[in-house]
Write a protein of this length. Structure first.
Lengths: 645, 63
């Protein structure tokens, strides 16, 4: 590349103002969704007379300091996964180089029109597929009424998190799980390729982090800023080495964008996480229209379609540019509206909290006299392995929601299989368990919450768990479903069954990839008093989490008509009772194998918590959990709450 | 306020010497460090100023 030298333009006052304004709006969008604020700047600078390569170089030179400021701001809010950002950023650099190489090859073979067509086609394909999905997901969340709930991890992300490729696993704090870097490598590469092609890698980077890895929206958009910074530094060095950066243009845009990025970043602390998807999806769809408008121009220049007159070409290009500007303005307006609404709601909350509570404040306590449905004291049993990850995640999310006191326990096995081990091995096991507890405590603190920790020793995990639950009078024990080592290994089948059998309180069994419920609660009833207790708990949880309930009764094929009528009546009775308490309830009477029906129904209706009553046997029978409950626990991908009286 | 003053001064210097700066950075090669250094410096001073700016208007992150 030849140095640009004399190709730097004279800047008029109007141009400066225009760039400041675009920078501000673009900065706000980038601060909020992590990227997407810069794609309009290159054509804007070109419209002022800057050569294309100078416009691209100056754009990228303003992006990295902007991304740096945004990333640091959002890191203060605990939204950045630095490790993930760096790993993806490095692979994105490779993607940029490859993307630029493809661009140059196309330009060499097909000229400017071919290159423009390639860029527009990339825009249209990526924006249509990814943008369409992001917007659809945002609309789905809005319609489900779960805007307030925590985000649901996709099935793909759960699968990715369950993959174990030795030697490649990296722990990412944003998902609290290990993922192979072989998965993040192509994600970063695609982000870089897209950045080299359409100047907004985040349109692939952010959705891939959300949907492929399971990173929460706000953390994904914040982490994208780290990736953008790394890509920006690399890109700036590349272009500045050839002398193409017009530092004045870059710094004018930066002046406006830093005001915007601060505002966008502040906005993320007030909005519901799904708003990231709303803004990103909306911008992507409008830009899709913008790029679609100019495709006929490039097709015409390549003589693929009949020639288009120069007047029409100019109109199409101008309309396309202003539709792009519109995309930014619409995105920024949504952010501002959400920010203003969020700040107003927050002020009202603070004002309400400042008002002294009325004197007869004992009433709520009276409703909590019954232990059924009460979650004041939660006991989390963990060994720090990936198999406890789901239980930890759920305990740390449900604890604050229920205003519960959380105790986290881990243990060191002595005797039994560990008998005869050298003292060093036991010390090591103790250190491991202590580390697991400290990890949970740190995570709790990060969320502004706290947990008491308890390290116990014993030869049978279930006994220690049940004993501690008795000691602290826990209302619910939260534990993983199964594991491979230490405490988790002992929880396979027998220990989980034993805890459920022997504990006096309810037990919440959480698969490793599951998260806290945010869509629908499924209550399985058989008309027994145990099921009624489960119904009370399900109703209480539905009220706290503002979720609908599905009440299900399953009829076995061999049931006679009387039993069938009984099953239908049981469902109706529970449904009516829950509706009377104000819950949104749907009822279903299914036929077939109960465990299979419950599991399948949970999946098809998108239920993410199953509530079952325990039959609370005594003596030796306590060890028999019941085949239906056991199979439901073993087969569902969501948490299962076994309710005790 | 101090960051605002420093930022304004730096921008004034940038435009006062714009021709000379563009002449040097337009040569490419190791002069790439100049735009990068300018970008880092202004991101620090202007970043701090803009953070305070919204604070003055009562626009602060939710705790």
């Amino acid at each position: 590349m030849d140095p640009a030298g004399a190709n730097f333009i004279d800047l008029g006052f109007a141009n400066v103002l225009f760039l400041l304004g675009l920078g501000f709006v673009g900065g706000m969008v980038s601060g909020f969704i992590g990227s997407g604020g810069a794609f309009v700047l290159t054509p804007a600078m070109m419209s002022m007379g800057a050569p294309g390569i100078v416009a691209v170089a100056s754009n990228i030179c303003h992006k990295f300091p902007k991304a740096l400021v945004g990333a640091m701001k959002r890191a203060k809010y605990g939204q950045v996964d630095l490790k993930l950002g760096i790993i993806m950023g490095v692979s994105a650099e490779a993607g940029i180089l490859y993307g630029a190489h493809i661009q140059e090859s196309i330009k060499h073979s097909f000229g400017d029109a071919g290159s423009n067509l390639y860029v527009s086609a990339a825009f249209v394909v990526v924006l249509a597929i990814v943008g369409g999905y992001v917007l659809w997901d945002a609309v789905r969340i809005y319609r489900s009424g779960a805007q307030h709930a925590e985000e649901k991890v996709t099935g793909l992300a759960r699968w990715v998190q369950s993959l174990h490729i030795p030697g490649t696993m990296v722990y990412f704090p944003s998902i609290k799980a290990k993922v192979s870097f072989l998965v993040t490598l192509p994600m970063g590469f695609a982000t870089g390729m897209l950045a080299a092609t359409i100047a907004v890698g985040g349109f692939v980077g952010v959705p891939s982090m959300m949907y492929v890895l399971g990173v929460p929206s706000l953390m994904a958009s914040a982490t994208e800023l780290v990736i953008a910074f790394i890509m920006g530094v690399g890109g700036t060095i590349k272009y500045a080495w050839s002398g193409f950066v017009d530092i004045r243009l870059a710094m004018i845009i930066l002046a406006g964008s830093l005001f915007g990025i601060q505002l966008g970043a502040i906005g993320t602390t007030y909005v519901k996480p799904y708003m990231v998807k709303v803004v990103m999806g909306t911008i992507m769809m409008i830009v899709l229209v913008s790029r679609g408008i100019v495709i006929p121009v490039y097709l015409s220049e390549l003589e693929i379609i009949a020639p288009i007159g120069s007047g029409t070409t100019k109109v199409l290009k101008t309309v396309s540019f202003y539709v792009m500007v519109l995309a930014l303005v619409v995105g920024a307006s949504i952010i501002l509206r959400a920010l203003v609404g969020g700040m107003r709601a927050h002020r009202l909350e603070l004002a309400a909290a400042a008002v002294p509570a009325p004197a007869p404040a004992a009433a709520p306590a009276l409703t909590r006299l019954s232990p059924v449905g009460r979650f004041d004291k939660v006991l989390l049993a963990t060994d720090g392995s990936e198999f406890s990850a789901g239980a930890t995640r759920v305990a740390l999310e449900m604890g604050p929601k229920c205003n519960a006191e959380l105790t986290t326990m881990s243990m060191v096995l002595i005797g039994g299989y560990a008998e005869g081990n050298p003292v060093e091995v036991l010390r090591e096991a103790e250190a491991d368990a202590q580390r697991a507890l400290e990890q949970v405590k740190r995570e709790a603190h990060r969320r502004g919450y706290d947990t008491r920790t308890e390290l116990r020793q014993g030869n049978q995990p279930y006994k220690e768990i049940v004993r501690l639950a008795d000691d602290i009078r826990a209302d619910v024990i939260v534990m993983g479903r199964r594991g491979r080592r230490g405490l988790a290994r002992m929880m396979v089948g027998e220990s989980t069954r034993s805890v459920i059998g022997y504990a006096d309180c309810s037990v919440l069994v959480v698969p490793k990839a599951a998260g806290v419920w945010q869509k629908r609660i499924l209550l399985a009833t058989d008309g027994s008093r145990h099921s009624d207790m489960a119904a009370v708990v399900a109703g209480e949880l539905a009220r706290k989490c503002d979720l609908p309930i599905s009440v299900v009764s399953v009829l076995r094929p061999q049931f006679d008509e009387a039993r069938r009528a009984e099953g239908r009546a049981a469902m109706e009775r529970v449904k009516t009772a829950l509706e009377a308490e104000g819950a949104t309830v749907e009822g279903a009477v299914l036929e077939g194998d109960p465990a299979a029906q419950i599991t399948e129904f949970a999946q098809t209706r998108g239920a993410d918590l199953v509530v079952l009553g325990s039959h609370g046997r005594t003596g030796l029978g306590r060890l028999l959990l019941g085949s239906v409950s056991e199979r439901v626990i073993g087969q569902t991908t969501c948490p299962v709450l076994v309710v005790k009286a | 306020m101090a960051f605002g003053a420093v930022t304004a001064t730096l921008y004034a210097l940038l435009f006062a010497f714009e021709e000379r700066i563009l002449e040097i950075t337009g040569q490419g090669g190791w002069t790439f460090v100049i735009p990068i250094a300018i970008a880092f410096t202004l991101s620090y001073t202007h970043g701090n100023f803009t953070a305070s700016f919204w604070d003055w208007f009562g626009i602060k992150a939710k705790k």
